[in-house]
Design a protein around this ligand. Structure first.
Ligand code: NAD
Length: 286
């Protein structure tokens, strides 16, 4: 597994490619990708078609926004699944529906391709520092083959279980992150209204039981009024909906997730969908 095709060079994908190149992998990307030139300068090879990309690599990784983009990249008119051969591996590191992930696993198994769902947590900072948490669903055999690749991009790498288990875990992660952003945003809005110094509040709370990476990083973003993404609120809203659909399928009521999803929807309607998810505070302030 030395030659890797990578599709989806956005906020996360681009630094992940840099880290794969740094670790000595040969990386192939599609010519039409937004950041193709930047990764080419760092040593990536450019392919003009999905056919050329699929024939050059042992493994294909996708890091795309959502289920429809991943499905169309695999099974659409110029889909890579048509070009893949038995013995290759497929890794989807995007955050998508667990049901779609399971279906991809079954469809690719029919042509002898082993698929893993391997969503990540740690954000842009983790992608750049190669410290992502990677939660993996699929066969142990494919996990062991992919492990050196994961190690080039992440630190906390766990094989959770069978196909779809990685995406279920990621949905749970997004519920916790979303509700924590809501908690931090509400607390900061209240403190601000009461005239309390937000920097001092953040400092003292970081030493107590309310400590979290969200209080740390997003608390600082709220103080600095820095809502450049990061993780776009529209993508987090997509993830809250994945959690809600999963809850519905399993008959688990998710009240907090429902409320935060509604607030994120409102933030998008206000025109803030492209801002960082910490910008939820703007809605609460309003
Ligand atoms: P992004 O919007 O920055 O990047 C997505 C990339 O996919 C873009 O380069 C876009 O051009 C490309 N793309 C979109 N549709 C395409 C298509 N049909 N064919 C080829 N390329 C296409 O998003 P991101 O923040 O990098 O997120 C990617 C995935 O990672 C999402 O599923 C997101 O939920 C997940 N994620 C993001 C973060 C984060 O902090 N940004 C953290 C963890 C997980």
């Amino acid at each position: 597994m030395k030659n890797i095709g990578f599709i989806g060079l956005g906020i996360m994908g681009k630094p992940m490619v840099f880290n794969l190149l740094k670790a000595g992998f040969s990386v192939f990307v599609l010519e039409k990708s937004a950041s193709a030139e930047a990764v080419k300068l760092a040593g990536a090879q450019i392919c003009s078609t999905t056919k050329l990309l699929a024939s050059s690599v042992d493994m294909i990784i996708t890091m795309l926004p959502d289920s429809p983009e991943v499905e169309s990249m695999l099974f659409g008119e110029e889909g890579i699944a048509k070009e893949m051969r038995a013995g290759q591996c497929y890794l989807d590191m995007s955050t998508i529906s667990p049901l779609v992930a399971k279906n991809i696993h079954c469809e690719l198994a029919k042509i002898g391709v082993d698929a893993l769902d391997a969503p990540v947590s740690g954000g842009q900072v983790g992608a750049e520092a190669a410290t992502l948490s990677i939660m993996v669903g699929g066969s142990s055999e494919a996990f062991n083959k992919a492990l050196p690749i994961f190690q080039a991009m992440g630190k906390n790498i766990v094989h959770i279980g069978e196909a779809g288990a990685g995406q279920i875990t990621k949905a749970c992660n997004q519920m916790i992150v979303g509700m924590t952003i809501q908690a931090v945003s509400e607390a900061f809005t209240l403190a601000n209204q009461a005239g309390v110094d937000l920097e001092k509040m953040r400092e003292v709370l970081l030493g107590g039981f309310a400590q979290s990476r969200i209080l740390d990083l997003h608390g600082q973003r709220i103080i600095d009024r820095n809502f450049k993404p990061g993780f776009k609120i529209k993508l987090h809203h997509k993830d809250m909906n994945i959690a809600l659909e999963t809850g519905k399928a399993l008959a688990v009521e998710l009240m907090g997730t429902t409320q935060v999803a509604q607030q994120m929807k409102k933030a998008i309607e206000l025109g803030n969908g492209e801002l960082d998810h910490s910008s939820l505070v703007l809605l609460l302030e309003k």
